[in-house]
Ligand binder design. Structure first.
Ligand code: CA
Length: 584
């Protein structure tokens, strides 16, 4: 007996998804499913999700390339992405295919052995949208699940592609405002695609959303800050925020707290961790003139992934006034602290402190500065609040605040090695001149700071170098080693071969020993813009792969292997000027 069915959109999507699943199954390939994501940490051959595992370690146990033989590393192949440089992407690897993302959310799938292109998908983002994104057209990557590639498109679309063919299966709009964007990589938790947005400088309201991976239907949305005070709050957790906002009318456009990057998941605790961004505008004196902590700006949130219910929160920067987002890498680890094994979450947000918290309860375990700061002298361990210095809030006059809005640490992922039990933070020493701006008025379509940038006389810059890579012991919250850099370095990969790979600000991919920070190897990558390296293993060979390039059409994926003999390609002609460092 034949069963007919109408070719509705939903049926078509289901049929396409089934077809792609069959195609994968016939080739003996492994689907990225819940079990694969849950056990990703122990399966070193592939790199299935942004941080390689739910704990977001950016660590691979692979050790074929190690601190003894890394000098033999050479180019296996490279691939011209035919996009601009300025990458922020960490490519993924599944079933011998690399999935990467270039500027304007162009996605490419390559044979991981040869670099040959399998397919390419261009969402054709209106280039005019560039003025709606604070920090350039680059995003941090895609997600893989159930035979699909999930893409957060710069202009706010979330799209599911067939993993085999790159054909579009569904698209939803994640944004409520034309000045919201997506630069973060989606994550997948129990059949839901988790994605946040950027755009706080334009005056938008922050939230994180979950979508059904099969259909694209929204499952929940958690707003991080309150909206119109005359309306009921959208979730019970917002009730607690209301008393922390005093006066001001930023809610008319959106008070910030965007979720533009870090997410992590603990499958045992079933908690999704979310980092939230700065206030809109930056200056609390404008945004909330009566003071207040302005929850949940600049916070780490623990949510139930099925419902978006808030379980606990920790606010790194109460009454945020400096673009001190807490959207930087969130990494989970089990650490011996004071004779006990603690399940921790760690973060080195823009404000310059390295935080270690119990990830089940949100209890602060330690907080220490990892760079030069002058806005606070420490964190009060009883209250969990920073001890601010007198003029940190620039109300008595202009102040040169160490750290700048670009952050002591920004989107460049830190890594954590369970072998060395060290975190590796790519950071910057910076300062920003702040003053009150009595003439400030909100302007739609402009970046709204609510502050003037007047440098005080005789102000001293921080003494440290412009950038650094620091190895940090989270169990004792102390520095282990530090490499100065001429600027902010790229994202970090730590490996089981006692190596840390990191792109220097002057465009080299560098390998250091993970335990001691000895420089062991380096390779200049044609002009800079080195993003975040990752590693995989195919046919018994370990590869290290990284996107790099700066300027028009300069993008290239470089894949390295022991005894690789391919010559480095020449720098592309017509290379543009260096891109300004993104701040988000
Ligand atoms: Ca910001």
């Amino acid at each position: 007996m034949m069963h007919g069915f109408r070719t509705t959109g939903a049926c078509l999507v289901a049929a396409l998804a089934l077809a792609s699943w069959h195609a994968l199954a016939q080739q003996g390939t492994r689907l990225v499913d819940d079990a694969a994501l849950k056990t990703a940490a122990s399966k070193p051959d592939e790199w299935l999700t942004y941080g390689r595992d739910y704990a977001e370690t950016h660590f691979t146990p692979l050790k074929q390339i190690d601190d003894k033989n890394v000098g033999r590393l050479g180019l296996a192949w490279s691939f011209a992405t035919q996009t601009d440089g300025g990458f922020e992407d960490t490519p993924l690897v599944s079933n011998g295919v690399i999935y990467g993302m270039g500027s304007w959310s162009v996605v490419f799938a390559l044979d991981a052995r040869t670099g040959a292109e399998k397919w390419r998908w261009d969402p054709k983002v209106d280039r005019g949208f560039g003025s709606h994104a604070c920090c350039g057209p680059n995003s941090r990557g895609v997600a893989l699940y159930d035979g699909k590639v999930y893409v957060g498109v710069l202009d706010g679309r979330l799209t599911a592609l067939d993993q085999e063919t790159g054909k579009e299966l569904w698209t939803v709009k994640t944004t409520e405002d034309d000045y919201q964007s997506i630069t973060g990589a989606p994550r997948v938790v129990k059949g839901k695609i988790i994605i946040g947005n950027g755009g706080a400088e334009f005056g938008v309201r922050g939230y994180v959303s979950a979508y059904d991976a099969r259909t694209g239907k929204m499952a929940w949305r958690f707003y991080t800050v309150p909206g119109d005070p005359s309306k009921p709050v959208e979730n019970p957790a917002l009730t607690k925020t209301l008393d922390t906002w005093k006066g001001g009318d930023c809610w008319k456009v959106g008070c910030g707290g965007t979720v533009w990057d870090a997410l992590a998941y603990d499958p045992d605790a079933d908690l999704l961790y979310v980092g939230t961004g700065n206030g809109a505008p930056w200056n609390r004196e404008v945004r909330s003139p009566g003071g207040g902590d302005n929850l949940y700006l600049s916070s780490i949130l623990a949510l139930k992934p099925d419902s978006g219910t808030l379980v606990w929160y920790y606010q790194t920067t109460p009454g945020e006034s400096w673009d001190f987002t807490a959207t930087q890498s969130l990494i989970l680890a089990d650490l011996p602290i004071n004779g006990r094994t603690r399940k921790v979450i760690m973060q080195a947000p823009k404000n310059g402190f390295f935080y270690v918290l119990d990830r089940l309860k949100g209890e602060l375990l330690s907080a220490r500065p990892f760079t030069d700061i002058n806005w606070a002298t420490g964190v009060d361990m009883k209250t969990g609040r920073p001890i601010e210095t007198d003029n940190a809030r620039y109300v008595k006059g202009p102040e040169l605040v160490w750290v700048a809005g670009g952050g002591a640490h920004s989107w460049q992922p830190m890594a954590y090695s369970p072998q060395t039990r060290l975190a590796y933070i790519p950071g910057a020493n910076s300062a920003f001149a702040f003053a009150q701006d009595p003439n400030y008025k909100y302007q739609r379509g402009r970046q709204n700071f609510g502050a003037a940038f007047t440098r005080p006389q005789n102000a001293q810059n921080p003494p440290g170098p412009p950038g650094f890579l620091v190895a940090w012991d989270p169990a004792t919250n102390k520095e282990r080693w530090r490499i100065p850099n001429t600027g902010r370095p790229g994202g970090v990969l730590a490996t089981g071969g006692n190596l840390v790979f990191n792109g220097s600000a002057d465009g080299k991919l560098v390998a250091y020993s993970a335990d001691k920070g000895e420089k062991l190897w380096e390779l200049p990558l044609n002009g800079g813009g080195v993003s975040t390296p990752m590693s995989y293993q195919l046919d018994g060979k370990q590869y290290v792969s990284v996107l790099a390039g700066r300027g028009t059409g300069s993008g290239r994926l470089y894949t390295l292997v022991l005894d690789g003999k391919e010559p480095l390609p020449a720098a592309p002609a017509g290379r543009g000027p260096p891109a300004p460092p993104p701040t988000q």
